[in-house]
Design a protein around this ligand. Sequence first.
Ligand code: FHN
Length: 573
Amino acid sequence: MKTISMYLLITLIAGSTIMGRAASAEDDSRMDWWREARFGMFIHWGVYAVPAGVHNGRDIGGIGEWIMSRAKIPIPEYEKYAKQFNPVKFNAKEWVGIAKNAGMKYIVITSKHHDGFCLWDSTITDYDFMDFTEFKRDPIKELADECRKQGVKLCFYHSIMDWHHPDAKGANFPKYRDEYMIPQLKELLTNYGDIGVLWFDGEWIREWTEPQGKALYKLLRELQPNIIVNNRVGKGRKGMQGMNKDASYAGDFGTPEQEIPHTGMPGLDWESCMTMNDTWGFKTKDHRWKSEEKLIRNLIDIASKGGNFLLNVGPTAEGLIPAPSVERLQTMGKWLEVNGEAIYGTTASPFKKTPWGRCTAKKEHLYLHIFNWPRDGKITVPLSNKVKKASLLLEGKDAKLEIDQQEGSVTIKLPAEAPNKIASVVALKIKGELEVGSIITKQTGDSIELTATDATIHGSAQFEQPKHCIGYWTDTSCWVNWDLEMTKKGSYNVDVSYACPADSAGSTYEVSLNAQKVSGTVDSTGAWETFKTVRIGTVTIDKPGKISLEVRPTNKPGLAVMNLRSITLRLEK
Ligand code: FHN
C-alpha cells in the first residue's frame, strides 16, 4: 500500500484557492450533467439499520445513523450489530430502478458513514461487508454495474469523521488520514468506474482543516478529473449550514441540509439534502413522512432557486427501501414524467415574486409552476418579451392557453380546474432575451401596504420566510425599495412594522418618496420575532402615479438595523 503525504500535497498547493465555482469554462463543463440533473437520491445505509433506532430495548432519540454515539454503544458492542448485517434482500437493480422511475438522475450512497463501516470491499480494512459479515457481497460494485446499465450516475458520500478507527482522533489523525482515509478514497475512485460526486461529511471535527480539504480536493481531481466534490471536503459548512458566501472554500457546490435557502445562492452551485421522514438512516419507529405535495413542491422550490434536490432514503437491514419512500418516489416520478422539462436543466426564477407558485427558466422558456390555482382564472407576470406560445403541460397533449399581452406584462388565462392539485405547469415560449420588470404594488383603497415579500433588497439583507420580514440587515449600506402606484392624492401617514430586541435597538433610518423624507428610530420591541407598528410621519402625494419608496438606514449601533415587515401609507381623513 502506498501512502500519500498530505503535508507534501499541502505544501505544493499552499496559497492556492479552489473556488466554489470552477474557474475555466472547460473545468466548469464538468458541472453540466449535475446542473441538468436537478434531482438525486441520497442513500443512508449502514450497520445502524440493524438496531434501527432501538438499543437494548430502549428507543434512542434523534437520527438513526447516530445511534452508536447517542446510545454510547462501545465499539465491540456495535460490531455485534455489524456482524448481524446481512441484507439478503438487497437488489441493486431494484434500487437503481426506484431512483430512475422517480426521475432521479444520480445516487449518492454512504460508502462509509460516521460509524466507520465500509459498504465496499476495501483491502485496507476488514470492517466491511465482505470480510466482517455473512453477506460477502460488494453492494457498491453491484450498484456501480447497475447504475451504468440504467444510466444513473453513481456518487459516494464519505465521512471524514470515523468513530471506529483507532487513529481517527487527536494526534494520530494524520496517520488515519494518510494510511486509511486517503487510500480508501483511492480505492473508491479507481475500482468502480467514473464517479459523479464525492460528497464529504463529518468535516467539522477539529482535526480537519481547510488546507487539508483543499489538498484532498486536488488529489481527487487528479484521480478523476471530472469528479464533482461538495464543499464539506473543506470547512464549507461554516456560516450558514454549508453555504460559505465568500466562495473561498474548497469544493464545487454548497450543501444546505434540511433547508432551502430563501434566495438560493446566486452565482454558486448548491444542493439541498433532505430526509423524507425525520431520519437519514432507517428507524423502525419513524413514521413522520413528508407528504407527496411537500416533496414535489420542495423539488420545484429548489429548482426555482437554482439548486439541486438530494432526497434521502434509508433502506432496512434486509436491504429494502421502505415502502412509504417508494410510494412517494413513484408519485414524484409521475409528476416529472409530465413536467420534467420544467425541472431538468432549468435555472432560477427571473421573477422576484410569484405569489401563485414558483418559476423556472430554460433557454427560450419560462415555466410557471402554479401551486395556488387562481380563483379568477388568470395569472399575470411582469414580462416584456413577446410570448410566442403559452401551454399547460399535461399527460398526453399539452393544452394551448390564451394570453393577453400588454406593455410590460402578460396575463395567462387558465382553465377553471387545476390539472394537478400539487403543481400545474404553464410553459411560456418567449422571443428574445428575457426582459423582466418588477412587481408594482397598486393602491386599491385609502391605504397601501408594502410588504417585505414585494420589496427589492439592495445589498446583503435577506427576506426571512417564517417571519415574513427583511432580516439579516447588518450592513447600513443595504437599502430596500418598493415600486408602487398611488391612485389618490392626499396626505398619508407612514406606519412602519418592525421587530428588534433591546440589545440591537437605536438604529435610525429614512423613508423617502418623491423628494420627501421622514425618519424613524428603531426602539426595542423585545425580540426579533415580536413586531410592532409605529407611525413615523406624514408624506404628501400631489398626483396619482408610479413612484418608488425607499428605506435607508442612517445609523446602526447594534447587530442589525431591524426586522422590517411592512410600510403602510394611510390616507389622512
Ligand atoms: O451527521 C450527518 C448525518 O448523519 C447525515 O449524514 C447528514 C446528511 O447530510 N449529514 C451529517 C450532518 O450534517
